[in-house]
Design a protein around this ligand. Sequence first.
Ligand SMILES: Nc1nc2c(ncn2[C@@H]2O[C@H](COP(=O)(O)OP(=O)(O)OP(=O)(O)O)[C@@H](O)[C@H]2O)c(=O)[nH]1
Length: 529
Amino acid sequence: MKRGIGKRHSLRTRLFMLVGLCILPAALGAIEFIRQDFLERRARTTESTALLARKVMADLDRELAGIETGLKVLATSRGLQNGDLATFHREAEAAVAPMGVLNLVLLDAELRQLLNTHTHLGAALPERGNPPQLAGVLTHGETVLTDVFLSERTGLYMVALGVPVQRAGTIVAVLASGMTTEPFQRLLNDQYFPDGWTVTVLDSRGVIVSRSHTPEPFIGTMAQRPLLDFIRSGRQGSLDTRTNDGTPVIASIVQSPLYGWTVAVGAPKSLMMNDVLNSAFWIVGTIVLAFVLGLFFALRLTRGILCSIRHLDIAARSLLAGRPIELPVIPFREVESIGEALLEAERGFISIRHRADHDGLTGLANRRCFDERLRAEWPHAQRHHQPLALLMIDIDHFKAYNDRLGHLAGDVCLKRIAATLQTHMRRPYDIVARYGGEEFVCLLPECDLGGALERAESMRAAVEELAIPHPDPGTAGIMTLSIGVTVINASPSNTPEAALRMADQFLYRAKHAGRNQIRGGWFVDADSA
Ligand SMILES: Nc1nc2c(ncn2[C@@H]2O[C@H](COP(=O)(O)OP(=O)(O)OP(=O)(O)O)[C@@H](O)[C@H]2O)c(=O)[nH]1
């Protein structure tokens, strides 16, 4: 048999490889899907945080713009313009609550307090604690929102918004509002955003002004380094960072062009990763399940195929050994057809074997077959000390029959006599064979002389009873048999051929005695006879 070049794998390995190959594209597709899913969710998260940051910033700007407008209106009030501080003090006091601020302060060009709604007009005013950033109002003439600072007087974190007070086109004072971080905190509390997200308002230095979650410990503290760097670079957009309480987030940053503050919205990475991992779990789980199922069915298929192949192998070996083939139900059509081919081969083999072992005319075993059987029975008889009976049978005056009636009639006669002899084979190991021409030979294992003579006599009588007419006047008028019988105890000192010769001698004696009779006796070694 030609063997292919290259590695040879078992069927099971091949099938497992096939399952793996089938799963591979799905696994690669799943990896790509999970990657895309991650990127998509990240983009969505970034977009949502940016939207929220813009909205919070817009609300914050609106809130501050409202206060700024109120301050600017007050800065042009009649009392202030006329230098009537008593009137202005009343106006300012009335404006504190609607503006939603803590107090209003009027500062001169040296940033000394001239008026404070916290104190009565004329009472001593604090000389320190005014945020120096308010000086910017005097130098630039523009609104200034200070960074968050700790107020000595209130002990609260505060911010101040200052606007210039002009008289005849000259900046003469600063009108500022003091605010706690509370309004900004309220602004954040009014926002709607997903659980776990953190919204933080930072001043221009990156110090936390308000925070959506647990603000107290964090207000007045610096934001995390990556966020600070991002803010200081003046960029807007998103980055991966941590909140001050250490939660890793995807953060979006928006800076106010009006007031220089920043709003940062952070969505915890874990929330997004949970969603990604959740969908990845189902995808990977499905693929693993498909893989395991594939392996399971491949294993079952392998077992089925190997089992079928084993049956075929056993059948082929039985065929070679000449034993009958037995094939169970085979579940595979292709393998089943090989099994059918083997069964057909067996039928052909049996037919050839039958033709090789049997005589074509009479259907009896032929001489070759007989010799084989005799050689097979010989050691058996020897081992078990059982006698073997041999009968040499010859049709009397067959030549004359042929001569008178022709060969075809002779053939018919031969067939009838052969069939009659066959009916006398009673035990499975008895065999009668056509030995040649009109001569037959019979082997009766485990049969003594009495039994053999009896069987020979019944054969002779049966043929006589057939009463096949013999047209030759020099005969008995019907077809008859002469039989020579010998019974032998097989031993190493004698041979099957010697036994056959002895049976032939007894046949000769039967012929000589007048035909249609039997002669027989125990085998006697020619040398000792
Ligand atoms: N029709 C037919 N005749 C056969 C066949 N084989 C052998 N014969 C004939 O059988 C005859 C045997 O003749 P012989 O050996 O002289 O024996 P016999 O005439 O029976 O004489 P005895 O045996 O002495 O009684 C021969 O004429 C063979 O031609 C066969 O297959 N068919």
